[in-house]
Ligand binder design. Structure first.
Ligand SMILES: [Zn+2]
Ligand SMILES: [Zn+2]
Length: 272
């Protein structure tokens, strides 16, 4: 049985083009150089749907998918480019009047509860006053530790990766691997990803030069070689990457199974 992952956005925190930037990629008319902030959607064979991250571009991204419901949300970490679209989930909750679970690790959970107190502590916030007007999304925060969890009836394996002062949750679901926002991948985690015999690996590749909090091209390619998925897709890309130039560089380097992501692109992968 096959599931589908759609890359809703493949851009770094600014998105591409960057506001006001005059560089050739930001000025490019190639739609493959237009990158919304990083989010993804898994549609399972049984029609369950799980969103990975709620980017500030979420409404625009989800309109394109035409989905009308969501079963769960996973937040990899609490950075603005992965969470500030949270309120855009409102219409899904209105339709069903049931809360959607939002999964995060403990540290992100604390920050989410603080930032989105009106959502995740809504009983307290609205204890002595009714919610008036347009209402709020019904979202329930579910704090999880790294490891294996059932989400929307499917098995997800999470590994915590270093990302600046925080950690970010990487994901193995069936034959899919999803690794965004990390500075490095420890050997033990690499082995888990390798042993999962992935059909598709979607992985951080911010830029060419090393970065304090993200993977860069050489390191990303080293990890791809180590994990050896059938197909690897580079995401969370900055404005340094022109789609066609990067594609031709990847071929010159002999990495024929590696592609830069395009927003809106979907891939099928096996459930187990
Ligand atoms: Zn990010
Ligand atoms: Zn981040």
């Amino acid at each position: 049985m096959m599931n589908k992952i759609t890359i809703l956005g493949s851009g770094t925190s600014t998105g591409v083009p960057i506001l006001g930037c005059k560089c050739s990629v930001c000025q490019s008319t190639d739609v493959r150089n237009k990158r919304l902030r990083t989010s993804a959607l898994i549609e399972f064979h049984d029609e369950k749907k799980v969103l990975i991250d709620a980017s500030p571009d979420l409404r625009t991204q989800l309109l394109k998918t035409k989905i009308d419901s969501l079963d769960a949300v996973i937040i990899t970490h609490d950075h603005a480019d992965h969470t500030h679209g949270m309120d855009d989930l409102r219409p899904f909750c209105f339709r069903t009047q049931t809360a959607i679970p939002v999964y995060s690790d403990e540290s992100a959970g604390k920050d989410l509860r603080r930032k989105f107190q009106y959502l995740f502590d809504r009983k307290k916030v609205f204890a002595d006053r009714p919610i008036l007007g347009g209402g709020i999304p019904l979202l329930d925060l579910e704090v999880i530790a790294p490891g294996s969890h059932q989400i929307a009836g499917h098995t997800f394996n999470f590994h915590a990766l270093p990302h600046g002062h925080e950690e970010s949750l990487s994901i193995i679901q069936g034959k899919l691997g999803y690794v965004v926002d990390c500075r490095m991948i420890p050997d033990e985690t690499l082995k888990h990803f390798h042993d999962a015999k992935l059909e598709i690996l979607i992985i951080d590749c911010l830029r060419r030069e090393p970065h304090q909090t993200h993977l860069h091209l050489d390191l990303t390619l080293e990890y791809i070689q180590n994990i050896s998925p059938k197909l690897a897709v580079l995401t969370h890309m900055g404005h340094e990457w022109d789609y066609l130039s990067l594609m031709s560089e990847l071929r010159t380097r002999g990495t024929n199974n590696v592609f830069p992501a395009q927003d809106g692109q979907s891939f099928l992968y096996s459930n187990a």
